[in-house]
Design a binder for this molecule. Structure first.
Ligand code: DQA
Length: 142
């Protein structure tokens, strides 16, 4: 069982970026927690961050994983290419957002990804990634 976790643009700045919205954990703190939980659940995790839409599409197309956990960040609201890549690979995807995108600016209320995802977790902070890992385990062992 292998999951691919993708963090989209500007998430490399977590820990210093708009900390009142995204909290103070760095991406490396978050990745450490994801990896530890995956180990505990007997799953392999590959974790990837990119600021580029094409880089994210290429990673999704690899198909070397059983399930995708993705925080597409700003591309959530703009990227038909990422949506199409998720739809094309035929792997279940869970969409994660640290903040509650529905309580923020109107342009964040629409996600191109949610229509091709199994589900979406948003507004629960960094714990959302860990909930997604637990959901992934359940989906892959059902
Ligand atoms: C985000 C929400 C997006 O609207 C924003 O562009 C991000 C992060 C989140 O995790 O809350 O960069 O995906």
């Amino acid at each position: 069982m292998k999951i691919l976790v993708i963090h989209g643009p500007n998430l490399n700045l977590l820990g210093s970026r708009e900390t009142t919205v995204y909290g103070e954990d760095t991406l490396s703190d978050i990745n450490g927690r994801i990896s530890a939980l995956c180990r505990e659940l007997g799953m392999e995790a590959e974790i990837f961050q990119s600021n580029s839409e094409g880089g994210i599409v290429d990673a999704i197309q690899q198909k070397t994983y059983d399930l995708l956990i993705i925080n597409p960040a700003a591309y959530t609201h703009t990227s038909v290419a990422i949506r199409d890549a998720v739809a094309a690979v035929g792997r279940p995807a869970i969409e994660v957002h640290i903040s509650n995108i529905y309580k923020r600016e109107d342009f964040r209320h629409h996600s191109y990804i949610s229509g091709v995802a199994v589900g979406q977790i948003c507004g629960l902070g960094v714990d959302g990634y860990l909930l997604a890992v637990r959901a992934a385990h359940k989906l892959l062992t059902a």
